[in-house]
Design a protein. Structure first.
Ligand SMILES: C[S@@+](CC[C@H](N)C(=O)[O-])C[C@H]1O[C@@H](n2cnc3c(N)ncnc32)[C@H](O)[C@@H]1O
Length: 229
């Protein structure tokens, strides 16, 4: 799908604040509950066995939420920065960091803003289920920001929802034209076809090193490892 084809549909990234308030009150570990988090860390463990992934260096955790994946990266020896659009999530991450010896640097930032620029570039960008939150033409900006903030040879690892969506509740809000599910006119998630997502990542200059598709009775997802040359 070309950038021109992507419809202009309003996103509300700040809505994640309310979700974090609910999840924290419900006793979640962060965005996910403890069981889902353990499954995600197992998936990441497998992805990190790829030979192209640097074993140390500077890592950026995009859409880091309450920081659990950032702490995992730190425990593997990376020097970690975590950013998220949600102030509630970042406050939660900072609080969790203070309870341990973590020195992860957390900040509130919109990863799809114009020209997101870190002075010190990264060896690795990890995007654990943030890309599907990014809607319409913001996606090109988001992916370009990742490319721009990686060192040459740097690696982008992405886990994202993709088609097919099978959840009957969410399907009833699915808009096939924009491939988003929408509530009250706001697009909440982009459910792209896997080939379109791969093409978006290639279009900003990445080489795809690995792609794995996971089918599920509710929602498919994919893992991608890409490299900046
Ligand atoms: C599905 S959650 C995953 C959170 C975290 N990566 C994890 O695995 O626990 C998606 C995250 O992306 C963040 N997010 C959504 N849009 C964003 C944006 N434009 N810039 C930065 N973060 C964003 C949300 O606030 C949320 O924390």
């Amino acid at each position: 799908m070309s950038e021109q084809d992507l419809p202009l549909c309003p996103a509300d990234y700040a809505a994640h604040d309310a979700a974090y308030q609910r999840k924290r009150a419900a006793g979640f570990a962060g965005w996910s509950d403890a069981e889902e988090l353990a499954e995600q860390l197992e998936l990441l463990d497998g992805l990190f066995s790829h030979s192209a992934i640097p074993v140390a260096g500077r890592a950026l955790d995009l859409g880091c939420g309450a920081g659990n994946i950032s702490f995992w990266l730190e425990s593997r020896g990376y020097s970690v920065t975590g950013i998220d659009v949600s102030r509630v999530a970042i406050d939660w991450a900072i609080e969790q960091g203070r309870l341990s010896d973590s020195i992860v640097n957390f900040a509130v930032a919109n990863a799809a803003q114009d020209n997101l620029d870190f002075e010190d570039k990264f060896d690795l960008v990890l995007d654990n289920y943030c890309l599907h939150c990014i809607i319409g033409r913001d996606r090109d900006r988001y992916l370009s920001n990742i490319f721009h903030n990686l060192l040459p040879g740097g690696i982008y690892i992405c886990n994202t929802m993709c088609a097919e969506l099978r959840d009957p509740d969410e399907l009833s809000f699915f808009d096939a034209k924009s491939r988003t599910y929408m509530r009250n006119g706001i697009a909440l998630r982009y459910i792209g076809r896997h080939e379109d997502i791969i093409n978006e990542i290639k279009a900003v200059g990445f080489e795809i090193l690995q792609m794995e598709l996971f089918t599920d009775e509710i929602q498919d997802s994919m893992s991608i490892i890409a490299q900046r040359h």
